[in-house]
Design a protein around this ligand. Structure first.
Ligand SMILES: [Zn+2]
Ligand SMILES: [Zn+2]
Length: 170
């Protein structure tokens, strides 16, 4: 695929269907062919223009499931053809003070998928490989996509509460 389609938004709610050239992934990045992308309430930040530069178009969407299509230089552990998921945190840098403590969530050089970098309302995304998670073959893309944000939020709460199977949760 030499070009792909994407829905980008600029200002408030100005969606446009655009065609973009599929570029080779930068070092440390992969290109992913999108199978499905969930719609999250946080997409409202992009859609309503609550961003540093609302005039600059952005492709929303941060609950992405797809297949690695091309791998940039220096990427280890990922190959073309593997199924992956991408959430809101678009890949930690591995070099800042927070990363050196293993606190990747608070990395100071981490793109935000669908807000500071283009997200999954598209046929293709270009993302840092450090932001990828594996998606099992037996899990459908439509079912898996919401797990990348909404599902993660719920799971984290259950894990923090140390809730076991059969525990009462409210
Ligand atoms: Zn979300
Ligand atoms: Zn970092």
């Amino acid at each position: 695929m030499s070009a792909y389609q994407a829905f980008e938004v600029s200002d408030a709610r100005r969606f446009r269907l655009v065609t973009r050239p599929a570029r080779e992934p930068e070092p440390g990045h992969v290109r992913v062919r999108v199978e499905a992308c969930g719609v999250c309430h946080s997409d409202v930040l992009a859609v309503e223009g609550v961003r540093a530069d609302p005039h600059a178009p952005i492709v929303p969407g941060h609950e992405i499931v797809g297949v690695v299509d091309a791998v940039g230089d220096g990427v280890r552990g990922w190959r073309a053809g593997e199924r992956v998921g991408i959430g809101y945190l678009g890949g930690h840098c591995g070099q800042c003070e927070q990363c050196r403590r293993g606190d990747f969530v608070n990395c100071t050089d981490q793109p935000q998928t669908g807000t500071t970098i283009d997200g999954g309302y598209a046929e293709m995304v270009h993302v840092r490989s450090s932001g990828l998670v594996r998606i099992p073959d037996g899990l459908g893309a439509v079912e898996a996509a919401p797990l990348l944000c909404a599902g993660l939020t719920m799971f984290t709460a259950l894990r923090q509460a140390q809730a076991r199977p059969g525990a009462l949760a409210a």
